[in-house]
Design a protein around this ligand. Structure first.
Ligand code: PBG
Length: 331
């Protein structure tokens, strides 16, 4: 394109609202949003998460109500995360395999309330169930062992699929887990259960409020750097994504979101597969804190960030702002 003044005046098309609307390259809709929800025990319980203003943990009945709200708002999918009670957490995270755990009860309640009007995405990783807060099984030295962890994750994914999950999303970053889960789903007759792989998941400083919300933060000793990626690496993210696609992932995720727009862009350009971003808890909390501190209008801040994910090539975004954003989009 040759642009030279005054033949080209790029401001011409910006003169009126109708023209700006007509020339808009990227459109965000509620169908681009996935709403992460935290589950807690009890009935009629809502527990606000202090580090995530505006976000609560809900008991199973409340989760079903939020799922109905998602349907009404045009949000196609919810993502579920349990806050397992302390007494049920163990070294090996066995509660993840209980067919009657909080996660499975929530899946069934959402299905009862909404039928197939909403997609149910479930997190495959052991951190909400382990007494040490790591995503897998640890050896004596505290190292998260790969292959033994994969075997448990397979059972966890099958447990979720049998309860009715539509999309299982391994967030553990073990090598080979997508292939193992895909094979087990096929063998179990769950041919249409999708895998959204947390393919490029970084060892990030932005996960703090999430760990508060699922109750694993206080338990975690050390960090997750032997399995989650180094924020300095981009080529390695593409290798992770290539492997997960080859192993049977239906879609891939980049996490966190805004600091990794280059990875989203490269993934989309290189592989052309559906790419999703997880705008994580710390990103949400920073927008809320920034708005509260007078940095800018909250709605403006959040919508600008969400449209950036679409512009970078995302098919959708997991965001705690999903209901707020959907309401703004629905006018
Ligand atoms: C754990 C998991 C994490 C998140 C989603 N799944 C945290 C972690 O890896 O420690 C973070 C999401 C967020 O911060 O919103 N497997």
């Amino acid at each position: 394109m040759t642009c030279s003044y005054p033949n080209t005046r790029l401001r011409r098309t910006r003169t009126h609202g109708w023209s700006r609307a007509m020339h808009r390259e990227t459109v965000l809709t509620p169908a681009d949003l996935i709403w992460p929800l935290f589950i807690t025990d009890g009935k009629g319980v809502e527990e606000p998460v202090a580090s995530l203003p505006g976000v609560s943990r809900w008991s199973v009945d409340g989760i079903a109500k939020r799922a109905k709200e998602a349907v009404d708002l045009g949000i196609p999918c919810i993502a579920l995360f349990p806050n397992t009670q302390a007494g049920l957490r163990s070294d090996k995270g066995d509660e993840a395999l209980n067919p009657d755990n909080l996660m499975c009860r929530a899946i069934r309640a959402v299905r009862d309330a909404c039928g197939n009007d909403v997609g149910i995405l479930t997190d495959v990783a052991l951190d909400p169930y382990t007494s040490h807060g790591q995503d897998g099984l640890v050896d004596e030295a505290g190292y998260v062992v790969n292959d033994d962890t994969v075997a448990v994750l397979v059972d966890q994914a099958i447990n979720q699929a049998e309860a009715g999950a539509d999309i299982v999303a391994p967030s553990d970053m073990m090598d080979g887990r997508v292939k193992a889960i895909r094979m087990a789903l096929e063998m179990g007759g769950h041919h249409n259960v999708q895998i959204m792989a947390y393919a490029a998941k970084y060892a990030s400083a932005f996960y703090g409020p999430f760990r508060d919300a699922v109750g694993s933060g206080g338990l975690l000793k050390g960090d997750k750097k032997t399995y989650q990626m180094d924020p300095a690496n981009g080529d390695e993210a593409l290798a992770e994504i290539a492997m997960d696609i080859a192993e049977g992932a239906d879609s891939v995720m980049v996490k966190p979101g805004l600091a990794y727009l280059d990875i989203i862009w490269r993934a989309k350009q290189q592989f052309g597969v559906p790419v999703f971003a997880y705008q994580v808890s710390g990103e949400y909390a920073l927008i809320e804190a920034g708005a509260a501190a007078g940095v800018g209008d909250r709605d403006g801040l959040l919508m600008e960030k969400l449209v950036a994910f679409k512009r970078a090539g995302c098919s959708g975004v997991l965001t705690y702002h999903a209901p707020v954003a959907a309401r703004l989009l629905n006018g």
